[in-house]
Design a binder for this molecule. Structure first.
Ligand code: NAP
Ligand code: FE
Length: 366
């Protein structure tokens, strides 16, 4: 059969403002022992941890908290969370937080079910289908991790990210509660919002795109274009916050099928070596990658520019993002390593024109 396109995500999704208070009502009764995985500060600071624990307690669920997830979580952190799930006989994991907490929680749900260390799972060629019941509650609007099978874990020695993704690692349930995203600072709203935009644009342009993901990507790009300036200027505009959360989720569904592109592949180095937040790294690189792709897919790039009403670089500037790489003290060695690591990734190979390491160096430095 030729030209066969598939779209499928198994996650049950809920959009509910203030829904965190009632989350226990969404869970199946077998989730007796729950591991709640969060970042180190924000979930507690803004009261989200207390709200969820109260809700779970009211329905008789037992909850243990793992609140040690750092930004761009390491394999070791995910492993530590998985070990707690095993020790406590957890039958469900809830990830509450930004993409970092959700990705670590997703890995813990897999490690907790298999009893195999995350390091071994990452190296395994066997099909892994086991996973504890997994619930994702995003508090940022950007990664769309609640709609993907991916868990991005950092290998800090090799300056790169590993991706734990199994056939069955999509969340079972996702709760999109826009009120949880209103505590984001201006910078966090910007950096995470552009990550959603990057997912939509990269997924739209990659050679793995399909007619289903194209429609989703176009709509995610449009929703971000209409709402991102608003959430930055008016952090309490819950309508705009909900739209951004929706765009992030839709863009997540896109990359769940298409993967990202050379943009994310190069960005991991900027994040892990230069400390540039994940979304911002993509924002800095996206215009340069789109310019390269324009040589191969000019019609799709024109559609993106039509929706944004300008090119990607100008759109980023309208958000106050300086896209010049000269701000990051990158040596020639940095650029070469960044390009070499990225050229090896399958997302770069699926980028139209499959840029080689040398071609990446050229497009990053021209
Ligand atoms: P993040 O690393 O999860 O969080 C960034 C910062 O925001 C942290 O300091 C966090 O605090 C804080 N924070 C989170 N929610 C907040 C809120 N509502 N109010 C105030 N502060 C809040 O950022 P992210 O951009 O969402 O996630 C990035 C990670 O996701 C990267 O590791 C990236 O590789 C991954 N990612 C995954 C996918 C996927 O498909 N799985 C896709 C794209 C990116 P605390 O740490 O204290 O909570
Ligand atoms: Fe991303």
């Amino acid at each position: 059969m030729k030209n066969i396109y598939k779209y499928s995500i198994p996650t049950q999704n809920f959009i509910a403002r203030g829904g965190l208070t009632d989350i226990a009502n969404l869970l199946p009764p077998h989730c007796e022992n729950i591991l709640l995985v969060t970042g180190k500060n924000s979930a507690r600071k803004f009261g989200y941890t207390d709200i969820i624990i109260d809700s779970l307690k009211s329905k008789g669920f037992n909850t243990i908290v793992f609140d040690k997830v750092e930004e761009d979580p390491s394999v070791e952190t995910a492993d530590a969370a998985a070990k707690i799930a095993i020790k406590n006989n957890s039958n469900a994991v809830i990830g509450l937080g930004g993409g970092s907490a959700l990705d670590a929680a997703k890995a813990a749900a897999i490690g907790g079910a298999t009893g195999i260390s995350i390091g071994k799972l990452l190296k395994s060629n066997e099909k892994i289908t086991e996973k504890l019941f997994f619930v994702a509650v995003p508090t940022t609007a950007g990664t769309g991790s609640e709609a993907t099978q991916y868990s991005l874990l950092s290998n800090k020695e090799k300056n790169t990210k590993l991706n734990l993704a199994t056939e069955n690692s999509f969340p079972d349930l996702a709760l999109l509660d826009a009120e949880l995203t209103a505590s984001m600072t201006e910078n966090l709203s910007r950096n995470t919002g552009v990550d959603a935009l990057a997912h939509a644009i990269e997924g739209y342009l990659t050679t793995r795109s399909n007619p289903f993901t194209d429609i989703l990507a176009e709509s995610a790009i449009a929703i971000v274009a209409e709402n991102i300036h608003r959430v930055i200027e008016f952090p309490n505009d819950i309508d705009a916050r909900e739209k951004m959360l929706l765009a992030s989720n839709i863009a997540g569904r896109v990359i769940a099928h298409t993967g990202t592109s050379a943009c994310h592949a190069v960005g991991y180095y900027l994040t892990l070596v230069k400390g540039v937040p994940h979304g911002l790294a993509n924002a800095i690189l996206l215009g340069k990658i789109v310019k390269w792709i324009n040589n191969f897919s000019p019609v799709k790039v024109a559609v993106i520019e039509h929706i944004l009403k300008c090119n990607v670089e100008t759109f980023m500037e309208s958000l106050g993002i300086n896209t010049s790489l000269s701000n990051y003290n990158l040596t020639n060695d940095d650029i070469n390593s960044m390009a070499a690591l990225a050229a090896d990734r399958s997302s770069t190979k699926a980028t139209p024109g499959s840029p080689s390491a040398d071609e990446l160096v050229k497009l990053l430095t021209s």
